[in-house]
Structure formats: structure tokens, C-alpha cells
Design a protein around this ligand. Structure first.
Ligand code: SAH
Length: 196
């Protein structure tokens, strides 16, 4: 399809870390995402006390929103700087521990216990480590994954959700000949084939 121009592009973990170091984080939304507010009911579907997953979480403020509503939030982010900024910018005390199952990984947990952020690559996670989730907020995540890794990413996400869970996915629509991404353009037909 017309997204072919981006299919070989790779952004390495080092490049992501460097974006954080340089403050090159135009994707971060200080105000939170209006689409989460708009579709919150779809995500929650009348349920309370959910486990909600934020893949490639950055320092998304929506994690604080959902935790404040009584849900338990789990995120994964490769940049330790991002994770630490999340807790400090919300004045949340936290502690950090190694993750025994993943070499080099750390988990940062709010002392209140309702926000746990894994600092490692998402591809290091599995349901035996993080369990399964009732809801997913995928914004800046599928569209940030390297095009060659999309199927692997989606298969992993499917393995991390319950049958009854809701998955909110935010994508962007633009001419992929004009920007190299990320965010990458993921055509709707590809989303359908990826998720089945
Ligand atoms: N979802 C967030 C951040 C979007 S930018 C938001 O809405 O603001 C994508 C983020 O994914 C970056 O912070 C980057 O450091 C992180 N990232 C990239 N590759 C990753 C990987 N393989 N595992 C975990 N995090 C990753």
C-alpha cells in the first residue's frame, strides 16, 4: 500500500533514549488526550477497579488520571528518564526494584501501589510476568513501533488481554510519502489484519 515508503524504517532504542535526553518529545501531551476522555466509557464498559495497560507509555499523564479513578495502571517504557519524570512531575513517591525474570529491567512502583512502570523493552514482557489486562490505552504505541515489528507487537498485546477487555487504539492519518515517522501511518486495513 502507500505506507510502503515507511516499511523499512527502524528507530532504535538508543534513538528513543536520545530523544528523551534531548527533550525531543513532541509526542508528550501535558494536558492528556481528549480521545481518552471521549471514549472512557468504552474502555471501562461499566467496570471498576480495572487493570489497565499502557504500552510504550512515556510519561503519559493519562496514567495518573486512571489511577486516580481507582484503576491499577501498568506501563512499559524503555527510557528510565521518562519513568522517573512521570513520578516526579506528579509528585508521586515510588520505589524501584529489579525484575527477576528480565535481565537489566527495573520496575518502578508508586508507594500507593496502583501504578507500576516496567523499564525495559515491551518485547521482554509476557503474561507470565505482567499478567493479563482488562483494558489497553494504545496511543503513540502501535504507531511508534517499527513497521517490521508490528505483527510481533500485536501478537504480544493480544496475549496480554482478557477476552472481555477493551482496547483503545489511537492512530494518525497522513500521507506517508511526506513524513518518515514516527508516528507511522498504519492503514486501517492493516490494523484489521494485524488484530484479526
Ligand atoms: N504513549 C506515550 C509515548 C509515545 S512515544 C504517550 O502517549 O505520550 C513512544 C514511546 O515508546 C517513547 O517514550 C519511547 O521511549 C518508547 N519506546 C520505544 N520503543 C520501545 C520498546 N521497544 N519498549 C518500550 N518502550 C519503547
Amino acid at each position: 500500500s502507500d505506507a510502503g515508503y515507511q516499511k523499512d524504517r527502524v528507530v532504535t532504542e538508543e534513538e528513543w533514549l536520545r530523544k528523551w535526553e534531548m527533550g525531543n518529545i513532541g509526542f508528550h501531551k501535558e494536558q492528556g488526550h481528549p480521545l481518552l476522555q471521549k471514549y472512557l466509557d468504552v474502555l471501562l464498559n461499566g467496570r471498576s477497579g480495572l487493570r489497565i495497560f499502557f504500552p510504550l507509555c512515556g510519561k503519559a499523564v493519562e496514567m495518573k488520571w486512571l489511577a486516580d479513578m481507582g484503576h491499577s495502571v501498568v506501563g512499559v517504557e524503555v527510557s528510565e528518564q521518562a519513568v522517573k519524570e512521570f513520578f516526579s512531575e506528579h509528585s508521586l513517591p515510588y520505589f524501584e526494584e529489579p525484575v527477576p525474570e528480565i535481565s537489566g529491567a527495573k520496575i518502578f512502583q508508586s508507594t500507593s501501589g496502583n501504578i507500576s512502570l516496567y523499564c525495559c523493552s515491551i518485547y521482554d514482557l509476557s503474561s507470565s510476568i505482567v499478567g493479563k489486562f482488562d483494558g489497553v490505552w494504545d496511543r503513540g504505541a502501535l504507531v511508534a513501533v517499527n513497521p517490521c515489528d508490528r505483527q510481533r507487537y500485536v501478537s504480544l498485546m493480544i496475549s496480554l488481554v482478557e477476552k472481555s477487555s477493551s482496547y483503545l487504539l489511537v492512530t494518525v492519518l497522513y500521507d506517508p510519502n511526506k513524513h518518515k515517522g514516527p508516528p507511522f501511518y498504519v492503514p486501517e486495513s492493516e490494523i484489521k489484519s494485524l488484530f484479526g
